[in-house]
Design a protein around this ligand. Structure first.
Ligand SMILES: [Fe+2]
Length: 287
């Protein structure tokens, strides 16, 4: 199988420094990422969203334009996904105009793999504006992914802003005490869709600002540390980006100050695990 190499960056958060997000370092770090891409010459570059830290619509449009300009010199096919901060005061169409590409769900075959850009709705609803708080998993986004999984005739690398593994947030600066905002309500339905896969699958997401690998029912879910996050590398930024290499193996290497390396056999992601046991206090049928 011919191998695919993809450079990935997440949660750039260009803008003012805010809590542990060092947004003022975003553009210099993006310049470093650009040099990495020029040297590594990957088949594609993927930005997993949260390109800016939001403040108001006028400021956000300026910040988003500056990030788009930082990507433009990269001489490699590049694909963007919107994060929640790209949607607080901007529409998907605003981001499409600035980045010069459509930001709907789509797939792209590279080498022997299918890249799945699952650009599911990533706007966080706010109580004052929306009467509720949190992400909404749109039925159309779930059904689109189900169709891709059902029809897959080659391995899938599924990219999204919001992770769907349901992994624990213990120790996470943002989400230990806000776990409901770390994923979609109903993310277990996405995992049920992924379980239908009859081809190797790897899922890659941003949003949670840390490096993790969570394997659920044989399927690996990776999250990538934010480029400008500092809670794991305090007081400096992580300066993290990743190179994903896909062939018969799934190789993931995060560079920068928060390094993280994983290597998995793609065929092992086809195994489905024995379904988890009922709660221990429930009576068990004995043979
Ligand atoms: Fe973020």
């Amino acid at each position: 199988m011919s191998s695919v190499r993809i450079a990935v960056v997440a949660d750039i958060h260009h803008g003012a420094d805010h809590m542990t997000k060092l947004g003022s370092a975003a553009l210099p770090l993006l310049a470093e990422f650009r040099r990495f891409v020029a040297d590594a010459r990957p088949d594609a570059v993927i930005d997993l969203g949260d390109r800016i830290s939001d403040s108001n619509r006028d400021t956000d449009l300026v910040l988003a334009r500056e990030v788009a300009e930082a990507f433009r010199p990269m001489n490699v096919p590049r694909f963007h996904i919107c994060g929640n901060h790209d949607r607080d005061h901007m529409e998907v169409a605003d981001n499409e105009g600035l980045l010069g590409q459509s930001l709907g769900n789509t797939t792209l075959d590279i080498g022997g793999w299918r890249l799945v850009l699952w650009r599911a709705d990533s706007r966080i609803r706010r109580p004052a504006r929306d009467g509720m708080h949190g992400f909404v998993l749109a039925e159309a986004d779930l059904l689109w992914l189900a169709g891709v999984v059902r029809q897959a005739d080659r391995p899938l690398a599924i990219m999204s802003h919001v992770p769907v593994s349901g992994h624990a947030q213990t120790g996470n600066y943002y989400f230990e005490r806000n776990p409901h905002l770390s994923t979609y309500p109903g993310a277990e339905r996405v995992r049920a869709v992924l379980r239908m896969a009859r081809v190797p699958v790897v899922c890659i997401a941003g949003h949670v600002h840390w490096n993790t690998l969570t394997v659920v029912d044989g399927i690996p879910h990776l999250t990538l540390q934010s480029l400008t996050e500092s809670f794991t590398t305090h007081p400096g930024p992580s300066a993290a980006w990743a190179l994903l290499e896909l062939d018969d193996a799934i190789a993931w290497q995060v560079f920068g100050n928060d390094p993280f390396v994983q290597r998995l056999d793609a065929a092992s992601t086809l195994r489905r695990w024995v379904p988890p046991l009922a709660p221990f206090h429930q009576p068990v049928e004995r043979a």
